[in-house]
Design a protein around this ligand. Structure first.
Ligand SMILES: *[C@@H]1O[C@H](CO)[C@@H](O)[C@H](O)[C@H]1NC(C)=O
Ligand SMILES: *[C@@H]1O[C@H](CO)[C@@H](O)[C@H](O)[C@H]1NC(C)=O
Ligand SMILES: *[C@@H]1O[C@H](CO)[C@@H](O)[C@H](O)[C@H]1NC(C)=O
Ligand SMILES: *[C@@H]1O[C@H](CO)[C@@H](O)[C@H](O)[C@H]1NC(C)=O
Ligand SMILES: *[C@@H]1O[C@H](CO)[C@@H](O)[C@H](O)[C@H]1NC(C)=O
Length: 813
């Protein structure tokens, strides 16, 4: 009996799910178009600080282009107290009964029935009075806060991007249904409010409360509206450019302020239409406590605290500043590629975030030039993306509109793959066209579509206008190959016996060609190369030719025998290169290898690991090749090498580990000698030192452990932020593990405490850790992380750690 009930239930549920999936229609029709929102948000009078509810009012000016509509459908899910429709003269057209409003939880649609149709192309005002709620997650109007000296301060931050506007006010939440917004917000006297635009005036509404009135925004998408209620202090000028943070952190926002200012000037020059002429004079960066990302609201960009505030000795390391440089360049680019020029639908998201991720790496101002972001892009973004884009799960950049419909699908679109592949493909076009042609196209594109919406073809049309005539290529096919097809190709390089002809083949690169992916896909591939006859790695990104889709091979002939050849210079194009053995061995000969720039060395290392992972070459060949690393001191090849080794190292047995340590010791001979205690080095130098320390100590290299201990004793309280976690972790591995605990117990900064906990999990005293510390000292969420870290950090102890976990499984669960 019970069984059949369950079965019935299962059947009913799956039936519901199926019909939902088929019938749910999330998109709004275009029959009603809004042009203006007048919004008032009044936090409850009864509250002490910031109340958890607010009274909302919104008056939406709209028009219809259809003569027979019987209802207006928009988005929103609220408790309503009034719904009225006025005609263009402000005369009541319909008092809509609240009970006749239809709300659908799944699609978030709100339907207003009309008693008589609206006159075509005439303005009406749809007015709602409703009750809104403050959220404690990152959706809609969010209550967050911060603590200084044991005192808590509340902060209200909004996050409407990408799909949360309908949680804040009834609206037409579709990026192409742009409108202007006017916002009125109440606040207690000790707080201040900032929003997208200038504060126009403030009115006293009694009870120690004030209403702030903001200027009308430019025409923009609903998800760009924002406000922050706080006790923040501004660095800079609120009617121009300012960074806002807790007053206690004012002194620590100088770096982010200067980066913001410089980057803004650089974009103003580059894009021709300066920021202010886009339609909004103010630009504010504000801290969104607890948020771990940034949001590009027009005029009010919110950032996580660590991106704007650099606390001396805590968050002012190279890594922190690099992250700030990136985030600011990224979010600011979106003022043009997102707010002014907007995607027509989320399926084209790469058109905006791809440019943001591109400029993040290629536009950073001089304060950030130390970070060599262009070179980092290859190992951090491009190679990561190539790694993810080679299986049945690979998706094309441009998706079908029908595939991206529900809020969940829209949120999923915003992932690092779309960012990184978008940026990689844009970089490829940029490098082929050359800077000047590319910039010309971008300027005219931004100008034509200012305040409008775009699809990929709109961008392509502008790229085509300035595309160089030679070598010939069918641009429509080339653009489509890398945006509408999933995945990417590999080019196989063979050489003739007389070393005068190089023969190229292409195929789609897949880890497993049998996994159901379309292995027959082909691509239009730009071929760039250099040889020992004409060593030219830079400023040489114009393709020699294209590998067209209909050709079976491409041949390159030379007048005399060549010694070596490198393809895909700077890895500026989106493919991998497999060199046949005779070529590879010459590339690596001691006299040749360092003629190849570090980006291309990193590329070769990364490709080799991935080809080995895919079973196309032997790992023995890879490790043989990696022996060249014993002469390598540059960061990028090491980064690629360790990334590749990680996959291999995870599979080593405890018996194999000592051999691995010996191998590491050999190949790191020179790089490790560059590690020094004075960390005043340039960023890549510091990154490389941290990388070497974390690997060598993890695999129990004696010199590494000694060095870390020494570094710790020299500077017991605060190693510099870049080194800190690695050093604390290394120290935890040695007998000084209790020292790190003592530091933890004295520490008050929450982020720093997390860092220390991660470091403590490196201890080899796993019994004490698992029994005492994990159970009694580490707060709950920290435990899972602790367990995961302790075995990741001590690969040789995996078996005893696992046994101890099993012994204590009851206590743990
Ligand atoms: C918007 O609403 C406020 C408050 O109801 C009102 O004072 C203001 O005039 C309205 N703005 C426009 C442009 O109608
Ligand atoms: C309708 O309202 C919008 C926004 O207030 C305004 O810009 C537009 O001129 C109005 N249209 C007509 C026909 O009155
Ligand atoms: C900020 O810097 C000023 C000037 O250097 C100093 O007087 C002030 O105490 C600092 N404030 C904080 C909170 O550190
Ligand atoms: C070309 O190189 C690939 C990769 O090393 C190899 O498998 C293939 O046999 C080579 N082809 C010829 C004709 O040498
Ligand atoms: C912890 O703080 C106390 C009091 O400020 C200090 O005396 C002690 O040295 C600190 N311990 C460590 C490990 O920093």
């Amino acid at each position: 009996m019970k069984g059949s009930v369950v079965l019935l239930l299962v059947a009913a549920i799956s039936w519901v799910l199926i019909t939902r999936a088929e019938s749910a229609d999330y998109r709004l029709s275009r029959s009603v178009v809004p042009s203006f929102y007048n919004i008032t948000i009044d936090f409850r009078k009864s509250w002490k600080k910031i109340g958890l509810q607010y009274d909302g009012e919104v008056a939406i000016t709209l028009q219809t282009n259809q003569s027979d509509i019987s209802e207006i459908t928009l988005h929103g899910y609220f408790y309503m107290s009034s719904c009225l429709i006025y005609n263009k003269d402000g005369i009541l057209h319909q008092n809509v009964s609240i009970t006749s409003l239809k709300n659908d939880r799944e699609t978030r649609k709100l339907t207003v029935p009309l008693l008589e149709p609206l006159t075509v192309n005439e303005n009406y005002t749809l007015y709602f009075q409703y009750e809104g709620h403050v959220d404690v997650y990152e959706e809609g109007v969010v209550l967050t806060g911060y603590e200084v000296a044991d005192k808590r301060y509340d902060v209200i931050v909004t996050q409407l991007d990408p799909v949360y506007a309908p949680r804040v006010f009834p609206c037409f939440d579709d990026p192409s249904l742009k409108a202007k917004f006017e916002l009125h917000i109440s606040r207690p006297s000790e707080y201040n409010v900032i929003s997208n635009t200038k504060l126009v005036r403030t009115t006293d509404i009694g009870n120690d409360r004030f209403m702030d009135h903001f200027d009308v925004t430019p025409i923009m998408s609903t998800h760009l509206l924002a406000f922050v209620i706080s006790e923040y202090q501004a660095r800079g000028n609120l009617s121009d450019f300012a960074v806002l943070s807790a007053p206690e952190y004012y002194n620590y926002t100088e770096f982010s302020y200067n980066v913001g200012k410089n980057t803004l000037m650089a974009y103003n020059d580059l894009f021709e239409v300066p920021y202010k002429e886009l339609g909004n004079e103010v630009l504010q960066f504000a801290v969104a406590p607890w948020f771990d990302t940034a949001r590009p609201n027009w005029g009010l960009i919110t950032f996580s605290e660590v991106l704007l505030v650099h606390k001396p000795g805590y968050t002012d390391g190279h890594r922190n500043k690099e992250a700030t440089c990136r985030a600011i360049a990224h979010e600011l680019a979106l003022m043009w590629f997102g707010n002014s020029v907007t995607i027509s639908w989320w399926s084209h998201l790469w058109l905006s975030v791809g440019f943001a991720a591109y400029y993040e790496n290629f536009m950073s101002d001089e304060l950030c030039s130390d970070y060599d972001l262009e070179e980092l892009f290859v190992v951090n973004n491009l190679q990561k993306c190539l790694e993810d884009d080679a299986a049945i799960t690979s998706l094309p950049l441009t998706r079908l509109e029908t595939e991206i419909q529900s809020p969940a699908e829209i949120k999923n679109q915003s992932n690092t793959f779309v960012y990184d592949k978008g940026a990689s493909i844009i970089r490829m076009w940029h490098d082929i066209m050359g800077q000047d042609n590319f910039n010309k196209s971008i300027k005219s594109y931004l100008k034509e579509f200012h305040l409008k919406n775009v699809e990929p073809s709109d961008l392509f049309a502008h790229l085509k206008r300035n595309w160089p005539a030679q070598p010939e290529v069918d641009l429509d096919t080339f653009f489509a190959d890398f945006t509408e097809q999933p995945g990417y190709p590999m080019v196989i390089v063979n050489i003739s016996d007389d070393n005068q002809r190089v023969i190229l083949h292409q195929k789609r690169f897949l880890y497993d060609p049998e996994d159901g992916s379309d292995a027959t896909l082909r691509y239009t591939i730009p071929i760039t190369f250099t040889t020992n006859l004409d060593t030219k790695f830079y400023n040489n990104s114009t393709p020699y030719t294209y590998f067209h889709k209909n050709m079976s091979t491409v041949e390159i002939s030379f007048d005399e025998p060549i010694e070596w050849i490198v393809l895909n210079l700077q890895q500026s194009n989106y493919y991998r290169v497999l060199y046949d053995k005779p070529i590879l061995s010459k590339l690596l000969s001691p006299s040749n290898r360092f003629r190849i720039p570090q980006t291309n060395r990193a590329q070769i290392v990364d490709d080799l690991f991935i080809f080995a992972h895919a079973g196309m070459i032997d790992y023995t060949d890879v490790f043989e090749f990696l022996e060249y690393l014993n002469m390598e001191i540059q960061y990028l090849p090491w980064k690629a090498a360790y990334h590749g080794m990680e996959r291999v190292a995870r599979r080593l047995t405890p018996q194999q580990l000592p051999h691995f340590e010996k191998y590491l010791r050999n190949i790191t001979y020179r790089a490790f000698n560059h590690v020094n205690i004075q960390s005043k080095s340039y960023p890549f130098g510091v990154y490389n030192q941290v990388l070497q320390l974390s690997w060598l100590c993890k695999y129990q290299n004696e010199d590494c452990n000694k060095l870390v201990k020494f570094m710790f004793e020299q500077n017991i309280e605060k190693p510099s932020p870049d080194f800190r976690e690695t050093i604390y972790c290394g120290v935890s591995r040695t007998s000084a593990h209790a020292e790190v605990w003592r530091i933890y117990q004295n520490e008050t900064d929450e982020d720093e405490k997390d860092l220390l906990l991660r470091a403590i999990a490196c201890t080899r005293d796993y019994r004490t850790f698992l029994k005492l510390e994990l159970f009694h000292l580490i707060p709950d969420p920290g435990r899972l992380i602790g367990i995961k870290l302790i075995y990741q950090q001590n690969p040789d102890l995996i078996t005893p750690i696992f046994e101890t976990i099993i012994e204590n499984i009851e206590e743990l669960s």
